[in-house]
Design a protein around this ligand. Structure first.
Ligand code: NAX
Length: 333
């Protein structure tokens, strides 16, 4: 039997935590042979939620679940963590100034980054879900100087999955027939869901759905899907967000699927520290097209960008650079 993988979930007593924990325990993240040890990290106000989830996890009698521990300090919560899902954050509420939002999150993600640096396993992989996800991930990464920068990622997989799902719905196509979709930039409304390289059963997506829709209503719908869910459901995305987090870590650990016969190997979207590719300033955690090979993300290189794409990517990167400058000014990075 393999050694359990230790997965630390912060905000484990909240909604996304509740939706994610059972699927992690069931084997959806690392496959049906790999045991997991769960660490639930909460703040005192959230501990009851985590304790309740832990009771229900016992009641799931998951054969792959080796242990469940609850922690209220990052030092204990990240001790020996192989995978860290940073879900708990201080999201923006009505009337909140951007500076307050960034400061409140700096107080969470700075100490968590330092605890990961000092206590996590050498192979730790970090996924930040809590908003503002990209900049929270940047803060954690800069506070963990001994961990390779590329082990810190922020989640745009939900945006990616939304784009693929909505394209499939609009084209009456199968999700499995769609490839080449990319989310660029920030997990915010400036994100650029890009269909210019997308294919549906091998045909250019623009030939199927039209460029006007693909560069207009489609982009608007994906970028504002979170608000649409809130309006219809009366609450934010939960199960789809947990599902995306599991997809992200599963692909990172087990690899994105290989190419089908003669096809291009599919890619997904991940916010990674930029190496400067596609004109995105170095160091920003911006979403790019990527494949995972042998446990590491590789940016898909050499995609040709037209004027529209270059402009959209630069605009979202500029928003990320402004957030970075603000947290730098506050001394958070
Ligand atoms: P909830 O409010 O249900 O849960 C958050 C939990 O985090 C709470 O139990 C709280 O006690 C805990 N928490 C707060 N600070 C903490 C800290 N310092 N250490 C440990 N735990 C802490 O929110 P939920 O619906 O689960 O959403 C969680 C986060 O995901 C939010 O920031 C939300 O904005 C973000 N999202 C990100 C998405 C993405 O695509 N990147 C999509 C979904 C979601 O909106």
């Amino acid at each position: 039997v393999p050694t359990p993988i230790t997965v630390t979930v912060t905000g484990a007593g909240g909604q996304i935590g509740y939706a994610a924990l059972f699927r992690i325990a069931s084997g959806a993240m690392f496959g049906p042979e790999q045991p997991v040890a769960l660490r639930l990290l909460e703040i005192p106000q959230g501990v009851k939620g985590a304790e309740g989830a832990a009771l229900e996890l016992v009641d799931g009698a998951f054969p792959l679940l080796a242990s469940i521990d609850i922690a209220t300090t990052p030092e204990v919560g990240f001790d020996g963590a192989n995978v860290a899902l940073l879900v708990g954050s201080r999201p923006r509420t009505a009337g909140m100034e951007r500076a307050d939002l960034l400061a409140a999150n700096g107080a969470i993600f700075g100490p968590q980054g330092r605890a990961i640096n000092d206590h996590a396993a050498d192979d730790v992989r970090v996924l930040v879900v809590g908003n503002p996800a990209n900049t929270n991930a940047l803060i954690a990464q800069r506070n963990a100087p001994d961990v390779p920068a590329e082990r810190f990622t922020a989640m745009t997989r939900l945006d990616h999955n939304r784009a693929v799902g909505l394209l499939a719905e609009h084209a009456a196509a199968r999700v499995a027939d769609i490839a080449g979709v990319t989310i660029w930039g920030n997990h915010s409304t400036t994100q650029y869901p890009d269909l210019s390289h997308a294919t549906i059963a091998g045909r250019p997506a623009f030939d199927v759905v039209g460029e006007e829709w693909g560069r207009g209503a489609f982009i608007e719908r994906v970028a504002n899907r979170g608000a649409e869910i809130i309006e219809v459901r009366g609450g934010s995305s939960v199960a789809s967000a947990a599902n995306a987090a599991i997809d992200h870590v599963r692909d990172w650990s087990l690899g994105t699927p290989p190419a089908a016969e003669s096809g291009v190997a599919p890619w997904t979207s991940v916010a990674l520290p930029s190496t400067g590719a596609y004109g995105i300033p170095e160091g920003l955690l911006a979403s790019v097209p990527a494949r995972a090979v042998a446990g590491a993300w590789q940016v898909v290189e050499g995609l040709e960008l037209d004027e529209f794409s270059r402009h959209r990517i630069a605009a979202s990167a500029a928003e990320l650079a402004a957030e970075r400058d603000q947290v730098a000014e506050m001394g958070l990075i």
